[in-house]
Write a protein of this length. Structure first.
Length: 426
């Protein structure tokens, strides 16, 4: 939508909030929306807030505000209005009719950024699916934009006539089904890849967008992940090996960042990209501690992980960008507030030793559960098994003994080799 050769759209951003809602949060959201719009290629010339007892069902903001906007649009030559909260399809349509210019919401802007930043076939497929799901109930004139962007469907659309829109809806539904199937295939393929690396400990970097995940990834693994001071620079997952302080190999992954009000469709369609975090032994939440809202960022990351069903993976909090902190006094307090904290500057490589030490320490604590069945003919192995593992369950049967064991992660490879024929599951 925001082709580079075109002049950026002169834009007004708006927050419509319920009276009594946290004003600081609203301001913060608008600041973030401004950055999102900038990343999407718009020129934000003004911001507005309206506090309402009840949001207007038809236009979100009140009718007086719509009139005021209409005047400002002419006066300041505005081409785009962006709302911070998701507009219903009806509100979106009504506002465009009333104002006679393009009206979008935060979700649409985020989807636009994702569409522009997606490089790999996987990311492109996921973004297209989320985009179509978002657009389906909104199919109107905007559709011409969408069909141009993806080319795949509805390119023969003649115009915004009702019948055409019905045809488009059907085409979009078909395409959504097709993309879901494609993403399902990618998931299967990724699961197989992950199984092959099962023996290594996996650390997954997650965090708010722009926190410095990729910078840390590159510091630790000499990977060459794209880093930039912009939102959603990374949309894929990169996995790289690194050596822990004891010489053991482990895996580190870097993935797409999160933000407030990330469209639910987008989170859902990025499930395969985020699967690495779900399967990880440890989640590393990278936090830009120099950002005034870093606490709320931590909460957003936790909430997003929870929405993906990732709740029981142990977490490490890496507070990044300490070089930007004017007041380092807050660090001891943060240490008390969060578990497993490390303070670093990924950019300068400051305190990287602590990261490696912490990872090794956690890896040592890690254990794996496996089940063995020892037939009576192999009873001589029992003593050895008891020495190397903690037996958590023992059941004697007519043919032998079934054991459930807790094995130190670093012993699990040894176990797999020594007792290969005895292992039932691991
Ligand atoms: N001052 C300072 N800047 C940093 C540090 N770490 C990262 N940055 C900068 O922060 C910006 C974002 O870094 P990335 O590593 O791309 O952040 P990310 O978390 O991967 O971001 P997304 O992929 O967009 O979600 C870049 O401009 C980095 O140079 C740090 O320790 N100190
Ligand atoms: Mg990144």
């Amino acid at each position: 939508m925001f082709e580079t050769e075109r002049k950026p759209d002169r834009t007004i951003i708006i927050a419509a909030t319920h009276k009594g809602k946290d004003r600081e949060l609203t301001e913060d959201n608008l600041k973030e929306l401004r950055l999102l719009c900038k990343t999407a290629g718009c020129d934000v010339v003004m911001q507005m807030t309206q506090e309402l007892v009840k949001l207007n069902k038809a236009t979100c903001i009140g009718s007086g505000k719509v009139d005021e906007l209409r005047e400002i649009i002419t006066e300041k030559d505005i081409q785009l209005i962006v709302f911070d909260d998701e507009l219903t399809p009806m509100q979106n349509r009504n506002l465009m009719e009333e104002l006679q210019i393009k009206v979008m919401d935060r979700s649409a802007i985020i989807l636009d950024i994702f569409a522009n930043h997606a490089k790999t076939p996987e990311a492109k497929t996921q973004v297209e699916l989320a985009h179509l799901q978002y657009m389906l109930p909104r199919l109107t004139r905007l559709w011409t934009h969408l069909s141009k962007q993806y080319g795949g469907v509805g390119t023969n659309a003649k115009g915004p006539g009702e019948t055409q829109i019905e045809t488009d809806r059907r085409l979009v539904r078909d395409r959504i089904q097709f993309l879901k199937g494609k993403i399902g295939d990618i998931e299967v393929q990724k699961n197989t890849q992950r199984k092959g690396r099962d023996e290594l400990t996996r650390f997954a970097l997650v965090g708010y967008t722009n926190a410095g995940k990729s910078t840390l990834m590159n510091q630790m693994t000499q990977a060459d992940v794209y880093i930039e001071d912009k939102l959603f620079a990374t949309l894929d997952t990169t996995v790289r090996g690194f050596e822990m302080t004891n010489g053991e190999k482990a895996l580190l992954s870097d993935t797409v960042g999160f933000i407030r009000k990330l469209p639910a469709h987008l989170v859902a369609s990025f499930r395969s990209t985020l699967a690495e975090a779900k399967e990880a032994d440890f989640i590393i939440n990278v936090i830009d501690v120099s950002h005034p809202s870093f606490r709320s960022h931590i909460q957003v990351v936790d909430d997003t992980l929870a929405s993906l069903g990732i709740t029981d993976v142990p977490k490490i909090h890496i507070f990044n960008k300490i070089d930007m902190l004017e007041d380092k006094e807050i660090l001891p307090r943060i240490k008390q507030e969060y578990a497993n904290t490390i303070f670093i500057s990924a950019k300068n490589g400051e305190n990287m030793d602590s990261v490696f030490e912490k990872f090794a320490e956690l890896n040592d604590q890690l254990s794996k559960k496996i089940s063995l069945f020892v037939p009576y003919s192999k009873m001589h192995l029992i003593n050895k098994i008891y020495t190397n593992a903690e037996v958590i369950e023992r059941n004697e049967t007519d043919e032998g003994i079934a054991l459930r064991l807790k094995v130190k992660r670093n012993y699990s490879l040894l176990f797999n080799n020594l007792y290969k024929e005895l292992i039932i599951s691991n």
